[in-house]
Design a protein around this ligand. Structure first.
Ligand SMILES: [Zn+2]
Ligand SMILES: [Zn+2]
Length: 404
């Protein structure tokens, strides 16, 4: 029975740690308890430990672990730990399901003589769900998320197509900006990923679960994978519960189980009967405990599609929001219908004249040219040009175009 408690506690503990490491640093969670835990766990404890270890390694082991080359190797290996761990745990539980829980359901169904044909559920629900889970996971892990080739820059036609798909809004993304690390001209909505050390089209976030970026070409796999994990948890919980319920109904129960009722009865059945029931109980609990977590991710992902933003852009919109709150954001609309420029109010001169800088490169901007100056204090004054409505946003993310 010790293994039961140990396993459940271990999985919950690991999940919590993973969650903090995985998403605590994402812009959506700035200032929350997740972010604070991330700072404590990663920035303070882990990095402190890493620094001490590096000193010891340099002094006594000639930098065996912390030389540049071994650091790269360690980073490569550690990147694969989580995806491999997930695959191993998922596969192990599937093995439990197919060798213990599922045969028990079949056996009890036979006893109950309800005559339900389980091969239908197996062939049309269980096996497809598992196949989709594995397939979308592997595609999300192994696909090119949208790396921008530094050696083969886009030619003119490709660039025109790119501009069509990712226009510059002059607010979050600006024309002719190049990446300071890989020196390529960055299309709008792209970002340099620090972990992969490359620029990526429509970058959302670097996902530790996948050891890959969720971006233009991988968002669809990530999304399908999240949906399929949610489904597996719901259906897995149902099947595990069903197996336990049928056992209580049809099998001879130990006295301690027989005499109790309600939740206690199930709890005692898990703890005090067969190994199969113990495993079904563990699967039920894990599905129930982990579902809200993954469901929350899925909800957030759908919400970001609804808003027409990427996780990366959320941080940029936060900045814009701060500018609006401080009433320093302005838009200059020239009379000749040329593109508008977003400005920040830097200060006011002694005679009360406002001084503006461009939001792009923070250079002084002359607002005396012919045009209108509009203060932007509200989301209503501002349009997110990347938000084309939920279904169009979803279509763009599920059916990305090819540019080369
Ligand atoms: Zn990355
Ligand atoms: Zn770059």
């Amino acid at each position: 029975m010790l293994t039961f408690y140990l396993l459940v506690t271990l999985v919950i503990f690991l999940t919590l740690i993973l969650l903090i490491v995985l998403i605590g640093d994402l812009p959506n969670y700035r200032g929350t308890i997740l972010h604070r835990s991330h700072i404590i766990l990663v920035d303070e404890i882990f990095n402190e430990f890493a620094k001490k270890f590096e000193i010891i390694d340099k002094n006594y082991l000639n930098g065996f672990f912390t030389s540049k080359q071994s650091k790269r190797r360690i980073r490569w290996i550690s990147g694969w730990i989580i995806p491999v761990f997930y695959l191993a745990v998922f596969t192990k539980f599937l093995q439990f399901f197919f060798t213990l829980t599922f045969p028990q359901i079949l056996k009890l169904e036979k006893l109950s003589k309800t005559g339900f044909d389980w091969s239908i559920r197996l062939n049309f629900v269980i096996i497809p769900a598992i196949a989709i889970n594995y397939l979308s996971f592997l595609l999300a892990v192994l696909s090119d998320p949208g790396y921008i080739d530094t050696k083969k820059p886009y030619d003119r036609t490709q660039y025109v197509k790119l501009l069509e798909e990712f226009p510059f809004d002059g607010l979050l993304f600006f024309k002719d900006k190049s990446c300071s690390t890989c020196k390529v001209i960055k299309p709008a909505r792209s970002k340099h990923c620090g972990s992969c050390d490359r620029c990526i089209l429509m970058f959302d976030h670097h996902c530790i679960w996948l050891n890959n970026d969720v971006a233009y070409y991988t968002f669809r796999w990530f999304f399908i994978f999240l949906c399929s994990v949610c489904f597996v948890f719901i259906y897995g919980a149902y099947l595990s519960y069903y197996s336990l319920m049928m056992y209580i109904k049809l099998e001879k129960l130990p006295k301690i189980v027989e005499t109790s009722s309600g939740v206690t009865k199930y709890w005692r059945l898990i703890k005090n009967s067969t190994f199969t029931n113990e495993i079904s109980g563990i699967m039920f609990l894990l599905c129930i405990l982990l579902f809200p977590l993954v469901g929350f991710f899925l909800g957030e992902t759908i919400w970001s599609v609804y808003l027409g933003v990427t996780t990366n852009e959320t941080a940029k919109w936060d900045h814009i929001h701060n500018f609006m709150e401080f009433k320093v954001l302005y838009q200059f609309l020239p009379n000749d219908n040329s593109p508008s420029t977003f400005l920040l109010l830097k200060e006011k001169t002694a005679d009360g004249k406002p001084l503006f800088i461009t939001i792009n490169d923070r250079l002084p901007f002359n607002t005396t040219a012919a045009g209108n100056l509009k203060g932007i204090n509200d989301w209503d004054d501002l349009a997110n040009i990347y938000d084309k409505g939920f279904w169009s946003n979803l279509e763009q993310k599920l059916f990305p175009k090819k540019f080369n």
